[in-house]
Each structure stands twice: as C-alpha cells, then as structure tokens.
Design a protein around this ligand. Structure first.
Ligand SMILES: [Zn+2]
Length: 413
C-alpha cells in the first residue's frame, strides 16, 4: 500500500469522475465507503497495454480515494471459462484450466510490477458456478429468463436467455448510452447471436449455456452447463460488494452488452440499482487498430519489461494519457517516459533540508487528480514543480502514494 500516512491521510479531495450512465461528473463516493467492481481479464491474452491502461485508471481512483480518507473495498473477477479462452486452448492443444492458470499468474506478475494495487477480492468464475446458477434459476422463476432449445447441446439440452423485452426501471441501452442500431451491432460483435431463432429479442443475452460436446460443464438446478458472461460479473459483484455499490469499472469496449446487461440483471435480481456510477477507460490502439489478440497487434507488458523498460517508466507512459481517452501506442512514448523518470529521479536524490522551503507538489497532485483523474495534468504539475523547487519528503511520498512512482526504489538507467 502507498505510504499515505506520510501525506496526511484523509486530507485529499474526493474525486469528481465522469459517469457513463448519466454522462455527467459525479463526486464519489457519497458516503464513507467506496466500493468498486472491476471487470477482470479473460485469461488468454494477458497482459497487454490496453489491460494495463484500464487497471491503472482504476488504481489511480483507488489511490485518490485512500488519500481522501475513504474506506475502499474492491472486487474483480477472472473470466476463467469463456469462449475465447476455450477456443485458444483448443487451437494450441492445451488444457483450458492450465492456460487460464498460466495467464492469471502472468497477469498478477505484470500488475505487481506496475504497482497496481490488487483487488481485495479476486474471484475466478469457476469458483462461483453454484451461486451463478442459483441466480439464473431465480430469473427463470421471476419470468425474467426463458429457456431455448439448443439442438447442438449434449442430450438436447436447453440454454437459458435473459428477456430484454420486459419492462424494467431502465430502458435497454440507457446505461451505456447506446442506440438500437449500435446495440444490435455490438451484440453481434460480442458473440450474442442476434439471429438465433426463438429469441424474444435479438439482444437477449445468454445466462446459462447447456453443455456442448467437448466443453466444460457443471451440474446445476438449471441443467448441466456453464454460465453466461454478464451474469457471472453481476453475481460476483453483488455477492462481494452488495448492490448498489459505488463504481462498476471496465474498459469502454465492455459498455455494451456486458456492463449494460449487468445493470439489468441486477435489477431483475431485486437490486434497486447495480452501481451508483459506471466508469469506462479508453481503449489503446496499436498500428491503427484496437489492441486485440484476434488482430495480432498486442503489446504485452511482460515483453516491454523483458526488453528492459523500467516498470515505473511504463507506468508514466500510460499515465501521460487521460484515462477516458482512446489513444494509440507509439514506442517512442516509452523512451519519453524513461527520460521523464530520469529527471524526476535526479531531482529526488538531492533533498532540501532547509525547513523554510515548505513548498510541496502535494496540493497540485490532489487538485489535478480530483478533477476526473487528470493524470496528464498531474505529471505536468510534477514536471513544473521539480523545475523550480528542490526535492522534499512530502512531494516524494505523494508521487509514490498518488501516482504509484516510488522514486526511492526506482533504479537508475
Ligand atoms: Zn465483467
């Protein structure tokens, strides 16, 4: 944990952040506790810069909350049984469990190297099959879900789908500000099978997938099979944090259908609201396209570190972009971040002992970060500060606690 005691724990400002659902700034939390659920990885392409950028955004939010004296509770899932993971395992001839374990371990190492604070609770979907199946059962009982024959399933099983045509507290798409045409397009893109015969709406997502030959499956009250993607996160978040919790967090590509459906599932399961706010981090492109395994344009954190990048420099390279922006990675950005880190390090090694120099960068960091986590402005504030003032312990501690850069332990190049 960052050394917040050195900063004057609790004196920081509560952050105002952009909420996707209301498309407005909101100061969070509205009480003494902040709870955040972050959609975790599907462990088959860990950990590319897009992942790192997303988790760094919510790490910054956590650090700002801690500095403001807020009690923070965080939970995250790992989608350790899912189509892309199973397809990758089948293609490479490896056991899907083994692939998931390896990738989860790699993810954990990369996050630790980047000093991204781990969630309090990190839950693999396969640890929660029973409660997820119970939630699906309940949705069938309330009429929020329906069964659909799955001709390719083992023994003629039935899938369970969520009925999006039912009248609920929120119109479909409202939570992600997505219109009809875009919802249909994204449903198709994310494997939602909009043209499947028998669906009440093309948008209806899968809650439970009956066992298919060669696929993992579990016995459950709703039949032998495995859970759908959105209901997994809904159940894990509600079980770990209660609903409504403060922030549902994820990359912008998750806004529909994934986060949208979580909100609707939660209400159908009896919650007044899933989360107070929904935060979406921007997407990172490389060579002109969104970074993704299927496009083969991943830049992996582990590869950059192996090639000699200092983790703190990589962190600075990512923090140089606003968390809500979509942007493209260019390798020269890492070199610029290494140079910035060198400047900060050189400044930090000659602290000023003169007590009359009471100035520090702390208020500048607090103001910029409370303003929708404006990390680019925070880095510029440090640049400006070190250009005019000698190093002081409070500034060094704040750069550690709020930006996650511990200048006392970063190696020189
Ligand atoms: Zn999720």
């Amino acid at each position: 944990m960052p050394s917040l005691a050195e900063l004057g724990h609790g004196e920081g400002q509560l952050p105002s952040v952009h909420d996707v659902r209301t498309d407005a700034r909101v100061v969070l939390p509205d009480g003494p506790v902040a709870s955040m659920y972050t959609c975790g990885i599907t462990p088959y392409d860990a950990t590319h810069l897009g992942h790192a950028f997303t988790y760094l955004a919510f790490d910054t939010l956590t650090r700002v909350w801690l500095d403001a004296g807020v009690e923070v509770r965080t939970a995250m899932n790992s989608t350790d049984v899912d189509d892309p993971l199973l397809e990758r395992a089948a293609r490479d001839g490896v056991d899907w469990r083994r692939l998931a374990e390896q990738q989860q371990e790699l993810y954990r190492q990369d996050m630790a190297a980047l000093r991204i604070l781990p969630p309090d609770r990190w839950i693999a979907v396969t640890e929660r099959i029973a409660p997820i199946a119970q939630a699906v059962q309940r949705l069938l009982e309330t009429g929020d879900a329906y069964r659909l024959p799955a001709p390719d399933a083992e023994g003629g099983g039935e899938d369970v789908l969520f009925d999006t045509t039912r009248e609920r507290a929120f119109r479909m798409g409202a939570g992600s500000r997505t219109d009809e045409a875009e919802m249909l397009e994204l449903t198709r893109e994310f494997g939602g099978d909009p043209d499947r015969p028998g669906k009440r709406s093309p948008l209806d997502p899968l809650l439970w997938r009956a066992e298919r030959p060669g696929e993992p499956a579990w016995d459950s009250p709703v039949g032998r099979g495995r859970p759908g993607w959105h209901v997994e996160c809904t159940v894990i978040a509600m079980d770990e944090l209660g609903a409504p919790f403060t922030v549902a967090a994820g990359g912008r590509d998750l806004r529909f259908p994934h986060q949208e459906m979580q909100g609707h599932h939660a209400i159908a399961l009896g919650a007044p609201l899933f989360s107070r706010a929904r935060l979406n981090a921007g997407l990172v492109a490389f060579e002109g396209e969104k970074m993704s395994k299927s496009l083969g344009n991943l830049v992996l954190v582990s590869a950059l570190l192996r090639a000699g990048a200092r983790p703190a420099a990589l962190r600075l390279a990512l923090l140089a972009h606003h968390w809500r922006d979509d942007w493209e990675w260019f390798p020269h950005e890492l070199e610029e971040a290494e140079r910035r880190l060198d400047r900060w390090l050189a400044w930090s090694v000659t602290p000023d002992d003169d007590p009359s120099h009471a100035d520090s960068v702390v208020p500048w960091l607090r103001v910029t970060l409370a303003d929708d986590l404006n990390t680019p402005a925070a880095l510029q504030a440090v640049d400006a500060f070190i250009a005019r003032a000698p190093a002081d312990e409070a500034s060094i501690a704040a750069i550690d606690a709020l930006l996650g850069i511990d200048l006392r332990s970063v190696p020189a190049r």
